[in-house]
Design a protein around this ligand. Structure first.
Ligand SMILES: [Ca+2]
Ligand SMILES: [Ca+2]
Ligand SMILES: [Ca+2]
Ligand SMILES: [Ca+2]
Length: 274
C-alpha cells in the first residue's frame, strides 16, 4: 500500500507541476478553440488553493482601493499563517509538505489512501468552480453600484450611452446584443441578475440555460457557415468543427477509437442531405 501512496503522490506532484506550468508553451492554438467554462481556453487552473489565495491577495493588494487596511491586514495574516509551507531561505513552496496536506482532501471518493483519476478530476473541477465563483464575486463588487448584490443592465453596461441603448445595435458587442445576453441570463425575468444568473452571463459557454445555449450556437453557426445557407456541409464541418471535436474526445473523454470526419458527419447528418 505504501508503494501505491508514493506513486500516487508522485502522480499528483506531476499533475501539480503541469497545472502550474505556463500552458501556452505546450498547448498551442488548438486549445484556443475549446471554449468552455472548465475548458482549456482559460489558463490551467491552480492545483493548490493556497497558491490561488496568495495570487488573490497579491492582486487585491495591488488593485483594490475599496479594501480597508484592516481587511488587507486580515487577509495577509491568513496567508502568513501558511508560511510553514515555504522554505525559509528562498521562500519556495514546500511541495512535499503541501501534498501531505492536500492528499487527504483529494482522497475522497472513496477515502482509501489512494487517489484515483476521478478524484483528481473532481478536485480540479472544484478548484475551477471556486476560481470562477471568485471572479463572479469580484465582478459583482465592481459593478454593483447600489450594493444589492444583484446586477442591473445599467450597472453592468454603464459604458453604453443612452443613445447606444436607444440605437439597440444587435451586432456582437453592441448594446442590443448585450441586452439580449442579459435577458437570456435573467431566468426569473426580474430585470436584475443574481449571482447564478450573472455567472451564466459571464461564462455562457458552460451555461445550462437553453436561451444562452441557443444564442451561442446560433453565433457559432454563423461563423462556421461559409456559404451562408444556414447549414453546415461536409466541407464546412471538416474546416471548422472536426478538429475541435477530435481534441475534445482525445483529451477530455480520453477515447482512442475516434470516428473519422466522414463517420462523425454521417452520424450527425440525420436526414442524410449532406
Ligand atoms: Ca481514494
Ligand atoms: Ca445592483
Ligand atoms: Ca433575475
Ligand atoms: Ca453552409
Amino acid at each position: 500500500m505504501a508503494k501505491v501512496v508514493v506513486y500516487t503522490c508522485l502522480t499528483i506532484a506531476f499533475v501539480l507541476f503541469l497545472a502550474c506550468y505556463p500552458n501556452k508553451r505546450h498547448y498551442g492554438n488548438e486549445f484556443a478553440v475549446i471554449s468552455r467554462r472548465l475548458g482549456y481556453n482559460l489558463a490551467l487552473q491552480t492545483f493548490d488553493p493556497l497558491v490561488s489565495e496568495m495570487k488573490r491577495v497579491v492582486e487585491d493588494n495591488k488593485s483594490s482601493n475599496h479594501q480597508t487596511d484592516l481587511e488587507k491586514d486580515a487577509r495577509n495574516i491568513e496567508v502568513e499563517d501558511d508560511y510553514e509551507y515555504f522554505s525559509s531561505k528562498q521562500g519556495k513552496l514546500n511541495i512535499t509538505l503541501r501534498l501531505l496536506y492536500l492528499f487527504p482532501l483529494i482522497d475522497n471518493g472513496p477515502k482509501d489512501g489512494v487517489v484515483g483519476v476521478k478524484e483528481l478530476e473532481d478536485w480540479n473541477i472544484e478548484q475551477a468552480i471556486d476560481r470562477l465563483n471568485y471572479k463572479t464575486e469580484k465582478e459583482i463588487d465592481l459593478h454593483d453600484k447600489n450594493e444589492d448584490r444583484a446586477i442591473s443592465f445599467e450597472e453592468y453596461l454603464s459604458q453604453f450611452s443612452k443613445e447606444d441603448i436607444e440605437k439597440n445595435g444587435t451586432r456582437h458587442g453592441e448594446a442590443g446584443w448585450w441586452k439580449e445576453q442579459f435577458m437570456n441570463a435573467d431566468v426569473d425575468g426580474n430585470g436584475v441578475l443574481n449571482f447564478d444568473e450573472f455567472n451564466n452571463l459571464l461564462h455562457p459557454e458552460d451555461s445550462n440555460i437553453d436561451a444562452i445555449r441557443k444564442s451561442l450556437l446560433g453565433e457559432k453557426m454563423e461563423e462556421m457557415d461559409d456559404d451562408g445557407d444556414g447549414k453546415l456541409d461536409f466541407e464546412e464541418f471538416v474546416k471548422t468543427v472536426y478538429d475541435t471535436y477530435k481534441t475534445y474526445v482525445e483529451l477530455e473523454v480520453n477515447r482512442t477509437n475516434i470516428p473519422t470526419s466522414e463517420e462523425k458527419f454521417a452520424e450527425l447528418d440525420v436526414n442524410k442531405d449532406k
